[in-house]
Design a protein around this ligand. Structure first.
Ligand code: ARG
Length: 336
């Protein structure tokens, strides 16, 4: 079972790999629309941000992948599912949380935890010994997870917290040094907390995110290098590239600051923290998350309007905000 979250580019390789690994069939499902509408936009409306700057691209995808696995298990009449995560990362916990929340009767097989494949190198060795084709570049053996909301890069040289990440790890952003020497002006239009327009033109959610990833990436926007606290207590050095997510997070917050009251903004901030934690720890399919959604949905009723920004060599500068619900009233707030 493969879900296309914007990362699938070589279906043939996926097919060959699945058959070589002993699968009798492979299902590749395009879930991009659902990912954006139900997962990405919910996180955006909540301003979900984990730690210093992680916009949760990988973490957000896990509950959707789990949902698709559970649905497929049902339609195929299967009682056991499997994932390939090791014990050290967060993803194992996220898959377990989501799968058991959606169907507690399913058995979960975890070869990378239970068999001799205990780490990444052993997994690569196992695949090579068994003739399973991999798309890993030996010179750049990082662990990369990629979807519409961002790229997560970890492992190898990056584990040394002292060293600057090599330039060649980045997949979708140029170095700010290589970005154009001119500022790029843009306007993002929102309706009830959801981005709908760029420069006055309506775009579909997929077009919107692809376009912002492209433009943002060309301007060196959305590179994050941080130390992250994993669920089990380990710290790890993580690199992210999230141009569209960074632009939308900033512009959404800028618009909220114009239309929401002080008390509302303060409460939102507390909820953002909790919401991000729920996503990070794999509790997407939980009653608490649904309860928070109800609050957040209500809070977005007036988050409609436009935000003007300029992009310049890795920076986003908000230069204007406009809304028919603006709470900045000239008569009261301006110093005259
Ligand atoms: N640390 C991030 C998270 O837990 C990203 C993990 C990405 N996985 C990967 N194989 N690079 O959400």
């Amino acid at each position: 079972m493969v879900t296309d979250l914007g990362q699938v580019d070589d279906k043939d390789l996926l097919y060959k790999r699945a058959i070589a690994a002993g699968a009798s069939n492979i299902y590749i499902e395009d879930v991009r629309e659902e990912f954006i509408q139900d997962y990405i936009f919910s996180a955006l409306k909540a301003n979900a941000l984990y730690g210093e700057g992680y916009l949760l691209s990988t973490a957000l995808s896990r509950p959707l992948i789990a949902k698709k696995i559970v649905e497929r298990a049902k339609s195929e009449g299967i009682d056991t599912v499997a994932h390939g995560c090791t014990r050290k990362g967060n993803d194992r916990i996220r898959f377990r949380e989501s799968i058991s929340a959606l169907n507690p009767t399913l058995n979960i097989l975890e070869p990378a935890c239970e068999w001799e494949i205990k780490d990444r190198n052993k997994a690569i060795g196992y695949a090579l010994n068994h003739g399973i084709p991999l798309s890993i570049d030996k010179r750049r053996p990082y662990s990369i997870d990629n979807n519409l909301w961002g790229v997560s890069i970890e492992g190898e040289a990056l584990e040394d917290t002292v060293k600057e990440p090599p330039e060649d790890i980045y997949k979708i952003t140029v170095s700010p040094r290589e970005a154009p020497d001119n500022e790029l002006y843009m306007e993002i239009g929102f309706e009830k907390g959801i981005p709908v327009k760029i420069n006055g033109k309506f775009l579909s959610p997929i077009e919107m995110i692809n376009k912002l990833n492209k433009i943002g990436g060309l301007n060196g926007i959305g590179r994050i290098d941080m130390i992250e606290d994993r669920i089990i207590g380990l710290k790890s050095r993580e690199i992210y590239e999230a141009p569209a997510a960074t632009i939308l997070y900033k512009t959404h917050k800028a618009l909220e600051s114009l239309v929401l009251s002080k008390d509302m903004l303060h409460l939102n901030e507390m909820f953002s923290f909790k919401y991000a934690e729920l996503i990070y720890t794999g509790k997407w399919h939980s009653p608490l998350k649904k309860t928070l959604d109800a609050f957040i949905e209500k809070s977005q009723e007036k988050v409609t309007g436009k935000v003007k920004i300029k992009l310049y060599k890795g920076n986003i500068v908000v230069i204007g905000r406009k809304s028919k619900y603006s709470l900045c009233h000239e008569r009261f707030s301006f110093y005259r």
